[in-house]
Write a protein that binds this ligand. Structure first.
Ligand SMILES: [Zn+2]
Length: 193
């Protein structure tokens, strides 16, 4: 458990321009502002919103903002980094953020990482001056601190650390709902084969 908390605390905000290909990803009708093509993330988001009032509140904040976030999973190779958020672009009255979570996580820790990163997205949503990676860095110099993991351009906030832990605890306290989501995804993957 100590290891999990440490990994969660190192989930970070990374300030680089991401790839323009992001605009081609499918919208998720289930949360218009929180989009993913990843079935596992979709299932864990559903379970997380069900069991965690904190995550539910964050989702509502993002849904009523001008921010669109794309969630994805792959293996993150930077030591100590379990997840990261990047500002992509501001365009057409929308601001686009990308969240990537290390695909080696599952269950309650994965739900906690979603809570952590979506708290960063809600922080960005509440700060209209954030319009590019530089203004994002300036914002996190004000409200956050340099992350101990992964180099100079990574920042962290105390609120995201606390939120990630709270959401993970909500998931730990509701194992049947979270496990049901894990089983649903495995069954869907098996029937697709
Ligand atoms: Zn963070």
């Amino acid at each position: 458990m100590n290891r999990l908390v440490r990994l969660l605390s190192f989930a970070s905000v990374l300030f680089t321009l991401a790839h323009p290909v992001i605009a081609q990803e499918a919208a998720d009708p289930f949360h218009p502002h929180i989009r993913t093509a990843n079935e596992r993330l979709r299932a864990m988001m559903s379970a997380g919103v069900q069991v965690s009032p904190t995550l539910h509140g964050i989702v509502k904040r993002i849904e009523t903002s001008d921010v669109i976030v794309y969630l994805d999973m792959h293996i993150l190779t930077t030591p100590g980094v379990a997840a990261q958020s990047q500002f992509v672009q501001a365009a057409g009255g929308r601001r686009f953020v990308r969240v990537v979570i290390d695909s080696r996580f599952s269950g309650a820790p994965l739900v906690g990482l979603l809570g952590h990163e979506l708290q960063h997205v809600a922080e960005i949503a509440g700060e209209p001056t954030v319009v590019d990676p530089l203004s994002l860095a300036a914002f996190y110099r004000r409200i956050g601190f340099k992350s101990p993991a992964g180099g100079t351009n990574r920042f962290e906030s105390a609120a995201a650390i606390a939120t990630g832990r709270r959401v993970m605890q909500d998931a730990i306290d509701h194992p049947s709902e979270v496990n049901a989501a894990v089983v649903r995804v495995k069954q869907a993957a098996a029937s697709a084969r």
